[in-house]
Design a protein around this ligand. Structure first.
Ligand SMILES: [Zn+2]
Ligand SMILES: [Zn+2]
Length: 377
């Protein structure tokens, strides 16, 4: 990348940073991406993928595999407190997960593909919607247009504050956790606060579950974690004994099988406690992320690319506890998700002052391009 090209990617990143949009609402962001690619002459363009997703395909002259590079369009419902010149202009919304930086990197890959079209196979650059809610990847996969460019390999990176700038963080097998949001509704019967014995209050069941659910992982062999994230009992009415309660918890583990086990143990506990307290229990799930599994082959491609570029590389032993909906692609194709260090002193992801460091854009572009060399040049 020339200095001029890097400058244009930095400008693009900062523009995206100023106009973050929430999951499922990324219309303006998709338009900005589309405008950027206007000059890059892709062979094909796919719009409205699983919502506002957009992808660009670059074709080689010879036959070969299809490789997809994926980034995310969405921001977060967090106020931007960074005070930078390019701080968010959209109230209560921010790019505090650094998806603006991921988009700038993949745009940089687009610039390279325009200048050096692949010789073999196809390269698809996907700007995926709704990653933060865990829905976008699955929606793209279920969009029938996906079959037109279904990849043989897929790669993505996530910036990692807390790791040295430009360090490549890799791992074979599971890279990021599987997780799901569990919503438990308990229903009993309200009564006058003077006569709680006439009603069925869920307060005891609720507190039993708030203590009991997070203890379940202790008896499990593999890593699992349950965090109660929200709970509500009845309404703020001093004359009424409560008749309903809601508990929300996030369940996570390093692999899909362990998460399935944790889910069924949790459900069993909920039903047991509800029955003992004569309550009706309803369970639903939201924001479900599959574990991101790096295939041996795709992992090696990234590892060797980093080596050829002489980048500092860290092979981590345990998967990350956070989840990434790239895991849905892992179930479909050979994938590798890797981390790119964003600097040790940076605030963590989703903190209100987080601002993706422009200094790592060049490395991100470089490693994707180098990874493409195996099949496409
Ligand atoms: Zn995030
Ligand atoms: Zn993210």
């Amino acid at each position: 990348m020339t200095q001029k090209e890097l400058k244009s990617l930095t400008d693009f990143r900062r523009k995206l940073h100023q106009y973050p949009e929430l999951s499922h609402e990324e219309k303006g962001t998709a338009k900005m991406v589309k405008d950027f690619f206007q000059a890059l002459d892709p062979a094909k363009k796919f719009e409205n993928l699983g919502g506002h997703g957009i992808a660009f395909q670059f074709d080689g002259k010879e036959a070969g595999p299809t490789t997809m590079i994926r980034c995310e369009l969405d921001g977060l419902p967090i106020e931007d407190l960074s005070e930078s010149k390019h701080a968010s202009k959209n109230d209560g919304k921010s790019h505090t997960c650094g998806h603006d930086g991921h988009m700038a990197i993949v745009a940089g890959v687009g610039v390279h593909l325009f200048q050096h079209p692949p010789e073999k196979g196809k390269v698809v650059l996907l700007f995926q919607p709704a990653e933060e809610t865990g829905e976008g990847a699955e929606k793209v996969i279920n969009d029938k247009t996906y079959q037109d460019f279904k990849p043989d390999y897929a790669f993505a990176l996530h910036n990692l504050p807390g790791y040295p700038e430009n360090q490549v963080v890799i791992k074979k097998g599971s890279f990021a956790a599987a997780s799901t949001g569990m919503i438990i509704k308990l229903t009993g019967k309200t009564s006058h606060a003077a006569h709680p014995e006439d009603g069925i209050s869920p307060s005891l069941a609720m507190s039993t579950l708030m203590v009991g659910l997070p203890l379940l992982p202790e008896s499990m062999k593999n890593f699992a974690l349950t965090t109660v994230v929200h709970a509500q009992l009845g309404k703020r009415a001093f004359g009424t004994a409560p008749g309903d309660a809601t508990i929300m918890a996030t369940l996570r583990s390093h692999d899909n099988e362990t998460l399935a086990d944790l889910r069924s143990y949790s459900e069993a506990l909920v039903h047991k406690v509800a029955e003992e307290n004569k309550l009706k229990a309803e369970i639903s799930y939201t924001e479900s992320f599959a574990a991101t599994e790096n295939s041996e082959e795709a992992y090696k491609l990234v590892k060797e690319a980093a080596k050829r570029l002489k980048l500092k590389t860290k092979n981590i032993r345990l998967p990350f506890r956070w989840s990434e909906d790239f895991g849905h692609f892992s179930k479909e194709t050979k994938t590798a998700l890797f981390g790119l260090g964003a600097g040790k002193k940076q605030p963590q992801l989703h903190e209100p002052t987080y601002d993706f460091p422009d200094e790592i854009i060049g490395t991100g572009v470089g490693i994707f391009i180098e990874t493409l060399k195996e099949f496409h040049y």
